[in-house]
Design a protein around this ligand. Structure first.
Ligand code: 5GP
Ligand code: ZN
Length: 116
């Protein structure tokens, strides 16, 4: 599924520019335009789905793949050994602003808990 008015679908279709750090048949990873850490990568499925809340049983393999890509990107970019954070914001109270599922992969600084 492709949504013409979804910014991440348009990045996946190469209709909008992004600094892509990984791509394969199911997923794309690119630098966040407003980085919250020295490394801030977004991992998205190519196929549009709104969030973790819209995943269902048939997305089981895709969901696992996105996590593997998150780990691979951290390794490839060399910020895995110090530790990093993978987070998905879901819906309004979760702080989600782009309604296309994405994992934030943040690294290169110490993280705090709880998040704001
Ligand atoms: P959310 O708040 O939905 O969890 O995260 C959305 C993220 O997408 C934000 O960190 C924001 O900076 C990033 N973002 C929004 N639009 C664009 C865009 O057009 N290009 C890139 N590279 N990042 C975007
Ligand atoms: Zn989309």
């Amino acid at each position: 599924m492709f949504s013409e008015d979804c910014v991440f679908c348009r990045i996946a279709q190469k209709e909008l520019p992004a600094t892509v750090v990984h791509e394969d048949d199911r997923a794309l990873a690119f630098e966040d335009q407003n980085p919250q850490a020295p490394h801030h990568i977004l991992v998205i499925p190519r196929r549009h789905t709104a969030s973790v809340a819209s995943l269902d049983e048939e997305d089981r393999e895709l969901a696992g793949h996105l996590l593997l890509v998150a780990g691979q990107v951290a390794r490839d970019r060399g910020f895995d050994s110090a530790g990093y954070r993978v987070v998905a914001n879901v819906g309004e109270e979760g702080g989600q602003t782009v309604p296309h599922l994405h994992l934030h992969v943040l690294g290169g600084r110490s993280m705090t808990w709880p998040p704001g």
